[in-house]
Design a protein around this ligand. Structure first.
Ligand SMILES: [Zn+2]
Length: 145
């Protein structure tokens, strides 16, 4: 059961709510590009794990909502299509980056793990302002899914 709801971080009404099971609900806001879930609480293990795997900038951008859920910038990866993530130096100075996936050529196959068919084309990265998460998603064909 998925629905659109109001984002508890930015107030946009394009926050995608997904009920995974009785204990777990996740939110991904199309307005601000931030994400959280019912297990992303201030001292929760899920939050610690997520932060350990994230660059420092993500830690600076954390937002706690009125329910105590911790929001962080989303990283969207569509294996054969591309990735959207944030890139920047400070809390104020960052952008969304969209990178398309490109097929790995025969002559460069040795550089990648066995079976991997696509690489992220970092040279062709496109940058979008903080309000344009949805435009960044469009670059990687998110809406065609
Ligand atoms: Zn939002």
């Amino acid at each position: 059961m998925d629905k659109l709801t109001d984002c508890k971080r930015c107030g946009s009404n394009a926050c995608y709510e997904q009920h995974i099971n009785e204990q777990l609900t996740t939110w991904l806001c199309m307005g601000c590009g931030f994400t959280t879930s019912t297990v992303m609480t201030e001292d929760g293990q899920a939050t610690k794990n997520a932060l350990e795997a994230s660059p420092e900038l993500y830690k600076d951008l954390l937002h706690k909502d009125e329910d105590g859920h911790i929001w962080m910038p989303a990283t969207v990866t569509l294996p054969a299509k591309g990735m959207v993530f944030i890139d920047g130096s400070t809390k104020e100075n960052w952008k969304w980056t969209a990178v398309k996936a490109a097929p790995i050529l025969q002559e460069e196959k040795h550089k990648y793990p066995e079976g991997q068919t696509h690489k992220m084309d970092m040279k062709g990265a496109k940058h979008f302002s903080q309000r344009d998460f949805m435009d960044a998603l469009e670059v990687i064909g998110f809406y065609e899914m």
